[in-house]
Design a protein around this ligand. Structure first.
Ligand code: ZN
Length: 295
């Protein structure tokens, strides 16, 4: 942890709880990919970069989540460089109330604003304005969040952000918060094409065997969807589903976990509803979800 490793040619990774990609664009100038969760992680990144005698030319944010964008303001203000993200993600970093509001469903209650929902507001430019070095490529990985991107460096290293979640994390609880499950399935399929290339997920070891991890992530999505379908053979509210899953995976009783589980369940209900597998009705002023009777 907190170690700068050379992955290939001019491509480096600063290992942290959220891995940071570094690509040397010319001489001592570098692009960095993501910024850690807060000012402290940003300081560690700057120290590692300065120790090498490098200067940051630009920050590329893969997506707006705090553990990726939380250090962005500190880095851009300290170095004077600009940060870039896709249009949809950029807005979330500029108006940081939006991310917790999307997950919570209203103006976020202060009890929900732990360290993961507290990005310092930061000006971010559209990634289309960034002149990429020859051979660097941006690719879209929507699903985990609105318009997350990955980056291929000219050394053929693929930074794939949170497109895949580490196996150990999913083994504890197979459901993570996903913005759009249908897109996530497509993204998992897409990154399997990188099999054999060096891929760097944000929260797992760099690997040349990304297909196995992508498959494991897909199996977890299938398993959660199947589990919710089974529960909905008995009509129940979202809260009932949340309570069942909380018990099943022994999730902690906390404000943040509860909100994330609710959002996770609603995401799966959207996905199942759009596939025609579940429906809803109202009974005694409660909204009940259930499997489509044709099944
Ligand atoms: Zn994320």
């Amino acid at each position: 942890m907190f170690e700068l490793i050379n992955l290939a040619g001019d491509t480096y990774c600063f290992r942290m709880p959220t891995n940071v990609g570094i690509y040397k664009v010319f001489e001592n100038r570098v692009f960095i990919i993501d910024t850690g969760i807060n000012e402290k992680s940003a300081q560690r990144i700057l120290e590692a970069v300065e120790e090498k005698g490098w200067k940051i030319e630009a920050v590329i944010l893969t997506h707006a989540h705090t553990d990726h964008a939380g250090g962005c303001r500190y880095i851009t203000e300290t170095t004077g460089c600009s940060a870039y993200a896709t249009e949809a993600e950029r807005i979330f970093v500029e108006y940081p109330d939006l991310e917790p509001a999307v997950v919570y469903g209203a103006f976020p209650c202060r009890d929900f604003r732990g360290k993961f929902m507290n990005t310092p507001a930061c000006a971010v430019r559209d990634i289309k304005e960034l002149r990429l070095p020859e051979g660097m490529e941006i690719f879209h990985l929507p699903g985990h969040f609105a318009d997350m991107i990955g980056i291929r460096t000219p050394d053929d290293v693929y930074f794939v952000a949170d497109a895949v979640i580490a196996k150990e994390t999913l083994e504890k609880a197979p459901m993570s918060y996903i913005f759009d499950i249908r897109s996530q399935y497509e993204t998992l399929e897409k990154i399997k094409a990188f099999e054999g290339k060096l891929c760097v997920p944000s929260h797992a070891e760099p690997t040349r065997e990304i297909s196995a991890l992508a498959d494991f992530n897909r199996e977890c999505l299938d398993k959660v969807a199947e589990h919710i379908l089974n529960l909905l053979r008995t009509p129940m509210t979202v809260e009932d589903v949340v309570a069942r899953l909380t018990a099943l995976w022994e999730l902690p009783d906390s404000f943040g976990q509860y909100v994330l589980t609710c959002a996770g369940v609603r995401g799966f209900l959207t996905h199942l509803r759009h596939r025609g597998l579940v429906t809803y009705r109202f009974e005694n002023n409660r909204m009940l979800w259930e499997v489509e009777s044709a099944q």
